[in-house]
Design a binder for this molecule. Structure first.
Ligand code: IFM
Length: 450
């Protein structure tokens, strides 16, 4: 696995609501996830992120772990309700937290990659309509601008949004994530405003603020395969791909929504006038890199009673603890497709990882063979992609710590460090040790080629 160029970035990733805790510290107000997780039945075991990994109070200790891991970079997100606890009310204390975090990372020699939005929309914004309200674009820009002005000098790269599919379709249409709405039209509108806010934030940083710091967006992409070669199953796969991938890829790289999906949505979306003149050009703004989060492929089959005529199909692939297919080959196929149909920008794998049912042994060890195998297979795939000239700029393992896995609460552990949520003690899992070795062997190679 030593085929990585000397510039290749290895990192690890987290997000604010999933690890910070400190929900009422430093002037933070509530986000949609605080409220959603208080609603019975929304999150497994009634878990919430009030304490999470208590990273707000333990960030120095966590940065030491990142340093010991030996990675080049750390990707985290900013909690919007810390920065604007109320509409138009800037909270310096919230910004101080991120300044200190960034300071500490730079002292440790770790490059910070900062995501602006990883789903913790302030409640004040939700109460005014959230992402369904076009004003959300301006609220987001106000938030982005203050982050850019205060933090740009510390930041290695910016990511505007993490996984717009989750923040729109999963949250406003499927209802599994906050705010838990079930309305297709709302999902489509939310997606549009999120994408528009991305485009306008990129323009703000590059043009208005004249910054040279690289900026991009991260999509979660799931390559879709049909169960059989039947016309119906092929149609199902096309629609699933449109719903999951193309609805986001096409506007970003082609400046238009896919027509087949616009037709399919039109039974529910009665009026597309929320797409205003100039919006599509803004969304398709030129970025510096493209981030993708990859976890698994999906297998679908035709279902005549489903809104979009597809349903998940049984697959005999090996599964992670989420029940997701372990599919490194499909990961490679996804990258080939992106290269053929969408972009030549450097691609960063901004998340990849797996949940398994870990056991903390009495001696503090965690033998997470499943996760270790998963990460080896996927890093091997990245290495092969590099050899094939696919221009992957970096790989960020999800996640640094076990954390609040959204609707699954603390039941699903994605960390390479085990967190005992009673004592807040962190433990090295075998996967963390293996990742450290992989990164270190790359460094040896790096020195040899210099
Ligand atoms: O934990 C999430 C993360 O917040 C976004 N990407 C997928 C991860 C695993 O489900």
């Amino acid at each position: 696995m030593s085929n990585f160029s000397k510039e290749f970035i290895f990192g690890t990733a987290t997000s604010s609501y999933q690890i910070e805790g400190g929900f009422d510290q430093g002037g933070r107000s509530l986000s949609i996830w605080d409220t959603f997780s208080e609603t019975p039945g929304k999150v497994v075991n009634g878990d919430n992120g009030r304490m999470a990994c208590d990273h707000y109070n333990r960030y120095k200790e966590d940065i030491q772990l990142i340093k010991e891991l030996g990675v080049d970079s750390y990707r985290f997100s900013i909690a919007w309700p810390r920065i604007f606890p109320e509409e138009g009310v800037y909270n310096e204390e919230g910004m101080d937290f991120y300044r200190s975090l960034l300071d500490e990372l730079l002292k440790a020699g770790i490059k910070p990659v900062v995501t602006l939005y990883h789903w913790d929309l302030p409640m004040w914004a939700y109460n005014k309509g959230g992402w369904i309200n076009r004003d959300s674009v301006n609220w987001f820009l106000e938030f982005a601008e203050v982050c850019f002005r205060e933090l740009d000098r510390y930041v290695d790269s910016w990511i505007t949004h993490n996984e717009p599919w989750c923040a729109s379709f999963l949250s406003y249409h499927l209802g599994h994530h906050a705010p838990g709405h079930r309305n297709i039209e709302e999902g489509v509108k939310a997606a549009h405003h999120i994408l528009l806010s991305h485009g306008k934030a990129v323009e703000l940083l590059k043009t208005d603020l004249n910054s040279q710091t690289p900026i991009g967006i991260t999509l979660n992409l799931t390559p879709v395969y049909a169960k059989t070669t039947s016309v119906n199953d092929q149609l199902a796969a096309n629609n699933a791909d449109g719903y999951t991938n193309r609805w986001f890829l096409d506007p970003i790289f082609k400046g238009s929504y896919p027509h087949d999906m616009m037709n399919l949505f039109s039974s529910y979306v009665h009026d597309y006038s929320f797409i205003q003149e100039g919006d599509m050009a803004s969304i398709a703004v030129e970025c510096d890199f493209f981030g993708i989060n990859y976890y698994n492929r999906s297998l679908v089959e035709y279902a005549s009673n489903e809104n979009f005529l597809f349903i998940g199909s049984h697959s005999d692939y090996e599964k992670t603890g989420m029940g997701w297919d372990v599919s490194p080959n499909e990961f490679k196929e996804l990258i080939y497709r992106l290269r053929m149909d969408y972009t030549n920008l450097p691609i960063f794998i901004t998340e990849n990882g797996s949940a398994y049912d870990d056991v903390l042994e009495e001696d503090g060890s965690v033998h997470d063979k499943g996760r270790t195998d998963y990460l080896e297979k996927h890093i091997q795939a990245v290495s092969e992609l590099q050899q094939e000239g696919m221009n992957i700029g970096g790989y960020f393992l999800w996640s640094l710590l076990d954390n609040f896995e959204w609707a699954f609460g603390y039941e699903k552990r994605f960390g390479i460090f085990y967190v005992d949520f009673t004592t807040q003690q962190r433990y090295w899992k075998d996967s963390a040790k293996r990742y450290k070795e992989i990164v270190a062997s790359r460094s040896v190679h790096k020195e040899a080629v210099q």
